[in-house]
Design a protein around this ligand. Structure first.
Ligand code: FES
Ligand code: MG
Length: 592
């Protein structure tokens, strides 16, 4: 039964459609919606007006089936007594948008804030999927603070090559190595990659899309069990209907993002992310959502709450299975149920259906203990992120759960120093420089070299590039060296299983010490202490700093568009969520 906390006259939309103080303005709002067939009754009788932020389009194939799904959302809204209004979200398609889709997270955020603020909406359904659509929507919902609920599009069906599972993105990283080593040619490469995408939906691995939609559910912002229903399944259309029904009740209950996005909810998200083996982009986006919600959250919280949490989801890239098996095994509720029974979840956190997280996951334990593990049979003991620090940066993340046995043997098994390694660095300035020079024998890259990528943060490469997971030179791959330690001020794809040191903040382009690094310098990485140390003395670094400043600072490519310039001027470091300076100060802007 719906608890009515507000009456029809208190609906926000009444200000547009039933405002006797401004009859002219009111009439203008009404007549123009009637011009395509809305009736006066729908607009003026006190029914909640529900926006649907449509993230699907031909340009965004990962979310495109929302164009169909939204029909069920509208059916649900109408059945519950609301009136649906669909509108477009700025398209964000991860692996097509240049220079990077991350540039558009903040742009889509800004656009959505303006729509939610400036139009007669009482509540909103946020259709999400591809990586950055989810954080953009949640950030805007947090800022505007009208009742809001997430509807994920769900992952694609499993990809197959014969009897072998082929996961989105993850296959690209594997096949690039095979192509570089000359084992396959380009047509083989393309056909192996195309096998990973057999249906509508977002990436079927636990990349950034699956992670962020699972984060939305762990935060309490979507219906329980909805995040990971595969896109083509009938349950996906059913949950679209239920989401539409539910948002109308959320309006009457005045249940807003600020009631759901609490400190406890964010702590639940961090713990859940580790157990899922979630994307290294999650801390950037979740920290951004927290900032817009007015909750203090940083990468120290990710290490403190998340690092020791075991890996329970056996899903690529950290595990073996894909979205379909994960959903059948119980999905996000089964993971949260296991975490809750180990006292790692705030069970009383409120969620979008009006119930607590603990109520939502009661009785929803894993249905397949191979795919969603129990604590006593976890895949990796410490699955979360380390927040590394040192004289090169204030914060950089490393996902230790994906360190391979081979990598561990080559770098971390010195009995005197089992968690540390040292090496000579080879430095690249952006991905073009890397591609141009990686196979140059003059660089002297060997199996102990640390590859460094800079100029790839949100200022150096507008939006931040997913390029830190650099593969070794082809000659080394042919000798069986499949990975080298990588470090950089950019990001890496959530579908990559590379144990890179990522998101180093501050970045080189804003004067971070990474800008002073030179090929041949030695670095010490101590995972036990959480430190990365450049072994160059202070006086030498001071000289390099003087030279850099005399040359006008670290150089990066010119802006190509007005938005690139605006974003570069305002963007904050990856560690702070890559939000726009000043924007998190705007909260609860729904009231006009
Ligand atoms: Fe869109 Fe992975 S590329 S979800
Ligand atoms: Mg990605």
């Amino acid at each position: 039964m719906t608890i009515h906390k507000i009456t029809p006259d208190q609906l926000r939309s009444r200000d547009w459609f039933d405002n006797p103080e401004h009859p002219g303005t009111t009439a203008l709002c009404i007549e123009r919606y009637m011009n395509y067939g809305m009736t006066l009754e729908e607009l003026t009788s006190g029914r909640p007006i529900i926006g649907i932020a449509q993230s699907g389009s031909d340009l965004t194939p990962c979310n495109r089936h929302h164009v169909e799904l939204v029909k069920r959302v509208k059916d649900g809204i109408r059945a519950a007594g609301g009136v649906p209004f669909e509108f477009p979200l700025h398209p964000i398609h991860e692996n097509v948008r240049r220079p990077t889709a991350a540039l558009d997270r903040n742009l889509a955020y800004l656009g959505l804030v303006e729509v939610l603020h400036g139009y007669p909406l009482d509540g909103v359904v946020l259709t999400t999927g591809c990586d950055k659509t989810t954080p953009a929507c949640l950030m805007a919902a947090a800022t505007v603070n009208i009742p809001a609920i997430v509807l994920s599009g769900g992952p694609m069906l499993n990809g197959w090559h014969g009897a072998e599972r082929v996961g989105s993105g993850t296959i690209v990283w594997e096949m690039r190595k095979r192509l570089a080593a000359g084992d396959i040619d380009y047509p083989d490469f393309l056909s192996r990659i195309a096998e990973s995408a057999p249906s509508v939906g977002h990436c079927n691995t636990m990349g950034t899309a699956s992670t962020m939609n699972s984060m939305a559910e762990a935060l309490g912002m979507s219906l329980p069990g909805s995040a990971m229903i595969p896109g083509p399944y009938k349950e996906r259309a059913m949950v679209a209907y239920q989401t539409g029904e539910r948002v109308v009740d959320m309006v009457w209950e005045d249940l807003r993002p600020s009631d759901i996005l609490t400190r406890e909810a964010f702590e639940n998200a961090i713990v859940t992310c580790s157990a899922l083996g979630g994307s290294s982009n999650a801390p950037v986006h979740v920290n951004a959502i927290a900032r817009h919600a007015g909750v203090a959250l940083d990468n120290d919280d990710w290490q403190r709450l998340g690092h020791a949490v075991p890996l329970l989801a056996n899903v690529m890239p950290a595990g073996a299975y894909l979205g379909e098996e994960f959903h059948r095994a119980g999905g996000v509720p089964a993971v949260i149920a296991e975490l809750l029974s180990n006292d790692l979840i705030h069970g009383d956190a409120l969620t979008a259906n009006g119930r607590s997280l603990a109520d939502n996951v009661a009785g929803r334990e894993t249905q397949d203990t191979e795919v969603i593990r129990r604590f006593d049979n976890s895949l990796v003991e410490k699955a979360g992120f380390l927040n590394l620090k040192g004289n090169l940066f204030d914060s950089a993340l490393m996902k230790t759960s994906v360190i391979s046995t081979d990598f561990r043997r080559r770098f971390l098994e010195d009995p005197d120093d089992p968690e540390a390694f040292e090496g000579k660095v080879v430095v690249f300035d952006g991905s073009e420089d890397y591609h141009a020079r990686i196979d140059d024998p003059a660089l002297g890259i060997d199996e102990r070299t640390i590859l460094v990528m800079r100029g790839a943060g949100p200022v150096g490469h507008p939006g931040g590039a997913e390029v830190v997971n650099m593969q070794p030179p082809a000659a080394l791959i042919r000798q069986g060296i499949e990975s080298l330690p990588c470090l950089g001020d950019g990001r890496q794809s959530g579908t990559s299983g590379s144990p890179s040191i990522l998101n180093a903040s501050p970045e080189a382009a804003t004067g971070g010490p990474l800008a002073l690094l030179e090929t041949g310098d030695r670095l010490r990485v101590d995972l036990g202490r959480g430190e990365v140390t450049l072994q160059v003395d202070e006086s030498e670094l001071a000289k390099r700093r003087e030279r850099l400043e005399a040359a006008g600072g670290y150089d990066f490519p010119a802006h190509q568009t007005p938005w690139q310039e605006i974003q570069r001027t305002l963007v904050e470091p990856l560690a702070d969520g890559m939000t726009l300076r000043g924007a998190p100060g705007y909260r609860d802007v729904a009231r006009l």
